[in-house]
Design a protein around this ligand. Structure first.
Ligand code: NAD
Ligand code: UGA
Length: 364
């Protein structure tokens, strides 16, 4: 199987490449400007790395040549950090729609199967969040099904939705190219994949506001409070990166059954509020380090506007239905929240905890 992977140097890309490149029946051409997470893979005989971005308006002849000799294009390229959606809305739309446009066109022209990574954020807010019944609403008003659930976003001035809107339009473009030009496609909607190498730890590996896992782990390691946005009531369904890669491989290995569908990929058993996530993470640090002091690690409250700036609005809940995915792909996620948090905490504590080689970086 010959794969062309855009965004191969990111979090998901690094884990997917590890699994793919371990196989003798697979070769990969990867495109990305970033290589930090995949340096250990660069010398693999079945991997060719093109250290550049795929950009609308630039010569894409080399990308098209790579596509012509591939069995799949896997599109991971994105800006996917919520702190950028309202502060860099044009760049967000450009990265998630405009720069992906030629990838879809080239796939359609060559009829090369396209596996596109979309997002659970295309669902936006749940119907239940707009009703007075709220948490007591019937499950049909909050459980997210790829085939039937409507996609609901807030007003344009709430620029949080630039990412979700761009991702939704790209899904619609892919579907349109399928309907009009026979593009073979599969789309994954990931539900908060967690694991080692996700984003960067602020104050240790970079500066800024990455996604919640990296924010909370950096705070724990630096002895600073974890910041809970808007009371920490938003709910997410947390998925092990390994379960996610298992599902991805099921799709790539079985185009005969996987093509032509959109897949919710996530673990419905791991739904938590962000407050519960912070509390679980404290317990994970206790288990991994044996130090009970982490149980009392401080948590502070911040408003969404103070934390992200104007234009932030949150997805209330992401509880997914995977019955169709499990049936079609013969796949079920198996890692529970405790297991996936312990793996990730052990990874970062091993790098930056007291006595670890990178411990000095903690104080940034
Ligand atoms: P990531 O930010 O770690 O990786 C994205 C990679 O894409 C980066 O390495 C970046 O340099 C690269 N990239 C950006 N623009 C590019 C371009 N024009 N050409 C080539 N490469 C480009 O993100 P991730 O967590 O690995 O996510 C991968 C994909 O999955 C994204 O499309 C994201 O929207 C989607 N997704 C991820 C999650 C998750 O839980 N991690 C959830 C929902 C959706
Ligand atoms: C993310 C990103 O949009 C994408 O990477 C991805 O497409 C999407 O999830 C998905 O899985 O489909 P979100 O879950 O909102 O969206 O991003 P996080 O930054 O991880 O935030 C999760 C929750 O934690 C939000 O409610 C946020 O307000 C909260 N949060 C974040 C905190 O309480 N504290 C923080 O320090 C950071």
């Amino acid at each position: 199987m010959r794969l062309l992977v855009t965004g191969c140097g990111g979090f998901i890309g690094s884990h997917l490449l590890e699994r793919l490149l371990a196989r003798e029946d697979v070769s990969v051409i990867g495109w990305d400007s970033a290589s930090d997470r995949i340096t250990h893979l660069l010398d693999r005989g079945n991997f060719r790395f093109r250290q550049q971005l795929v950009k609308e308006g630039e010569s894409l002849a080399a990308f098209e040549a790579d596509a012509a000799e591939s069995d799949w294009i896997v599109n991971l390229a994105a800006i996917c950090n919520p702190s950028r959606y309202n502060t860099e809305p044009v760049a967000t739309i450009r990265a998630n729609f405009i720069d992906c446009y030629p990838v879809v066109e080239i796939a359609a022209r060559h009829r090369t199967p396209l596996l596109h990574f979309s997002t659970s954020e295309v669902y936006g807010r749940t119907l239940a969040s707009y009703l007075a019944t709220g948490a007591d609403a019937p499950p049909d008003l909050y459980r997210l099904s790829a085939a039937t659930t409507p996609l609901i976003m807030g007003p344009v001035a709430n620029q949080r939705w630039t990412y979700a809107a761009a991702k939704q339009l790209l899904e619609r473009l892919i579907y349109a190219c399928h309907a009009e030009a026979g593009l073979p496609f599969a789309i994954i909607r990931p539900f908060n994949f967690f694991g080692p190498r996700m984003d960067y730890l602020p104050g240790i590996e970079g500066e800024g506001k990455p996604r919640v896992l990296a924010m909370f782990i950096a705070a724990m390691l630096r002895g600073e409070p974890m910041k809970l946005v808007d009371g920490g009531t938003a709910r997410r369904t947390i998925t092990s990166i390994h379960d996610a890669v298992d599902a991805t491989l099921r799709i790539l290995d079985r185009p005969d059954i996987s093509l032509g569908h959109i897949y919710n990929i996530g673990n419905p058993a791991n739904e938590v509020s962000m407050r519960e996530l912070a509390e679980e993470l404290r317990e994970s640090f206790v288990r991994v380090t044996g130090e009970t002091r982490f149980r009392d690690h401080p948590i502070m409250h911040v408003s969404g506007t103070a934390f992200y700036g104007p234009g932030y609005e949150d997805c209330d809940r992401r509880l997914l239905d995977i019955s169709e995915e499990a049936r079609r792909l013969d796949w079920r996620p198996s890692r529970d929240l405790r297991q996936l948090l312990d793996e990730t905490v052990a990874y970062y504590h091993g790098l930056y905890g007291a006595g670890a080689p990178g411990a000095g970086a903690r104080d940034g």
